[in-house]
Design a protein around this ligand. Structure first.
Ligand SMILES: [Zn+2]
Length: 354
């Protein structure tokens, strides 16, 4: 590709005139954004909105990692996708990359259809200036936290459920870290998911835009402006709460990650393992977090809207049109109806969380 003429560059930079008129950003901040690189981990509801905001702000390289495909039930929240993407069941990373290139053809968009794990995070995050959380599970967040602290790269956590969400920016050596907030992986069935509790599109928009604003501060050379608070927003009850991360750091004395510098998620000591069960059209998942807290009656209650549930005390079974999911007391789950480990992990995340 031949290098662009100066006049072409000037015309391109002119599109950011209003953004750069905002004095704290300015033309220097704008130029920094154009030469920066962000990793967006998960390209669902939060990830698509974050990616669009960063692309429109002119962040030069966007690397997008997602393991899922587009479905019609994503369209109320996931802003980069169309009905056609859902009909074709396109991988989210690829469909998002096409949409982002249509917004700004000069950006370098690097899509990866993959599950972010300790095996590939080094390669996927290589050279990135910030990591953004668009995931729906704690295991990946703990992995991002380990990687961020070990490589001294800031990351921006975001999460949403129902009408509420939260944002926390982690700057290694400065702020509290994610494990100061959540010490250990919670059991997968101890939390509501977007499948069980639902989620409102505008709540996603608020949280993703706060995450994008934090990333823009970091990438434009204004890292001292990042929020020092955990920001919690409820769009239904119209409330916002700020919790000082300094107080989190003070109360989580001797944090295993940022104080003791133990990184078991990055080292693979704590990870979800999948095994394809030969001849059974099934995948067994052994999770880093307990899949069930052992309270099968509570789990059965939560899953009753998802499909037919049976519980014999030894294992709990959820029967769906395409799959049968069996949860065992020893922490395993078996997904029948696929031999694809990614598909099995997706189903578990959507139905059980974690
Ligand atoms: Zn910590």
């Amino acid at each position: 590709m031949k290098p662009p003429q100066q006049s072409e560059l000037d015309a391109y930079v002119a599109r950011f005139v209003r953004q750069e008129r905002f004095a704290p950003l300015g033309s220097i901040g704008g130029a920094r954004l154009r030469s920066s690189r962000a990793l967006i981990c998960g390209c669902g509801a939060l990830g698509t909105m974050i990616a669009e905001r960063l692309a429109r702000a002119g962040v030069g390289t966007l690397r997008i990692v997602d393991r899922d495909w587009v479905e019609v039930s994503n369209l109320p929240r996931q802003t980069l996708f169309t009905e056609q993407d859902a009909v074709l069941g396109r991988p989210k990373a690829i469909a998002a990359a096409d949409a982002l290139r249509a917004i700004d053809s000069r950006l370098l968009i690097e899509p990866f259809v993959a599950d972010l794990t300790c095996d590939n995070i080094g390669e996927l995050a290589d050279g990135c200036d910030v990591l953004l959380d668009g995931t729906d599970n704690f295991e990946t967040r703990f992995l991002l936290n380990d990687y961020s602290l070990s490589k001294n790269i800031p990351w921006v956590h975001g999460g949403c459920l129902g009408s509420s969400g939260q944002v926390m920016t982690i700057v290694p050596g400065v702020t509290a870290c994610f494990r100061c907030l959540v010490r250990d992986l919670p059991p997968r069935d101890s939390m509501e998911t977007c499948d069980s509790a639902g989620v409102l599109g505008p709540a996603i928009g608020v949280i993703a835009c706060l995450q994008a604003a934090e990333a823009i501060k970091i990438l434009s050379g204004n890292i001292e402006m990042v929020s020092q608070d955990l920001i919690v927003v409820d769009t239904w009850n119209t409330a916002c709460r700020l919790i000082s991360t300094a107080s989190l750091k003070a109360t989580s004395r001797n944090c295993p990650a940022c104080q003791q510098r133990q990184f078991p998620f990055l080292e693979g000591a704590l990870r979800t393992e999948t095994v394809v069960l030969c001849g059974k059209n099934a995948v067994q998942v052994r999770s880093a977090s307990a899949i069930s807290s052992g309270d099968f009656s509570a789990l059965a209650g939560r899953l009753q809207h998802s499909g037919k549930v049976t519980n014999n005390g030894f294992f709990l079974r959820l029967i769906l049109p395409k799959y049968i999911l069996t949860v065992f007391r020893d922490g395993r789950a078996v997904v029948e109806g696929t031999t694809d480990p990614l598909e099995a992990r997706n189903l578990l995340s959507k139905t059980l969380g974690g």
